[in-house]
Ligand binder design. Structure first.
Ligand SMILES: [Zn+2]
Length: 189
C-alpha cells in the first residue's frame, strides 16, 4: 500500500467516517505519553483539537510506557489511538542509551499481546545506527533482529492497513534486505 493510500485508510477508518463534517489533520507519530505532558495533558489535547487535529497516534519507545498509552487512549477515545512497540534506542538510565536488543522486545511482547485488539500500529520501530548508541556490527544486528520480529508481529496482528509500523524518525538507514520487498510486508507511517 502506498503511503498516501495508507493515510487515507487511517482517516477513513478512524476519523472521517465518525465525523464527516470535520476537516483537519492526523498526527501519525506522537510521544504524547511523555512525562512532560503529565501536568497539562487536558490543555494540550484541547489546544491540539482547536488547532485542527482530528486524531493522533500515540507511539511507545519501551514496555514501561504501554499502560500509560492505553490509559490515554481510553481517556481520550476516538482521538488518541495507541501504538505499542520497541524503539531502536533504549534508555538504560538517565542520560545513558544503547541499541535495542531482543530482551527488550521479550519484555514488551506480553503487553502487546494483551492490548493487540486496541492497537492501530506497531511502533515506534526502526533502525538507528548513531555511533553513540551502537558501536559494532553485533549491536547493529541486534537492532535488525528487533525490527524484523516487530515486522512479523505487525503482519500477524491484523491486515496490513489495520496494523502498520510507525517508524523512528532517526532511522535513516534502509530496512534490512530480508524485509525489503517481502510480499505482504506491513507498510510504514
Ligand atoms: Zn518518535
Amino acid at each position: 500500500m502506498r503511503r498516501d493510500d495508507l493515510f487515507a485508510e487511517v482517516a477513513r477508518c478512524f476519523v472521517i467516517e465518525r465525523r464527516p463534517h470535520m476537516q483537519g489533520y492526523i498526527d501519525c507519530h506522537c510521544h504524547i505519553s511523555a512525562r512532560d505532558f503529565d501536568r497539562d495533558i487536558d490543555e494540550v489535547i484541547k489546544n491540539s483539537q482547536k488547532a485542527g487535529l482530528l486524531a493522533l497516534l500515540a507511539v511507545a519507545e519501551h514496555a514501561g510506557e504501554f499502560d500509560r498509552i492505553i490509559d490515554l487512549s481510553q481517556r481520550f477515545p476516538g482521538f488518541i489511538f495507541p501504538c505499542l512497540g520497541v524503539h531502536p534506542v533504549q534508555e538504560v538510565s538517565p542520560g545513558q542509551q544503547r541499541g535495542a536488543v531482543l530482551q527488550d522486545l521479550d519484555a514488551a511482547l506480553p503487553l502487546i499481546e494483551r492490548y493487540r485488539d486496541h492497537l492501530v500500529a506497531i511502533g515506534e520501530v526502526g533502525l538507528d545506527f548513531t555511533p553513540r548508541y551502537v558501536s559494532g556490527d553485533a549491536e547493529k544486528d541486534n537492532q535488525r533482529q528487533v525490527l524484523i520480529r516487530q515486522a512479523q508481529l505487525a503482519k500477524g496482528t491484523g491486515s496490513p492497513s489495520k496494523c502498520p509500523f510507525t517508524v523512528c524518525g532517526e532511522a535513516h538507514h534502509p530496512p534490512p534486505e530480508r524485509t525489503r520487498g517481502r510480499k505482504g510486508f506491513a507498510p510504514c507511517l
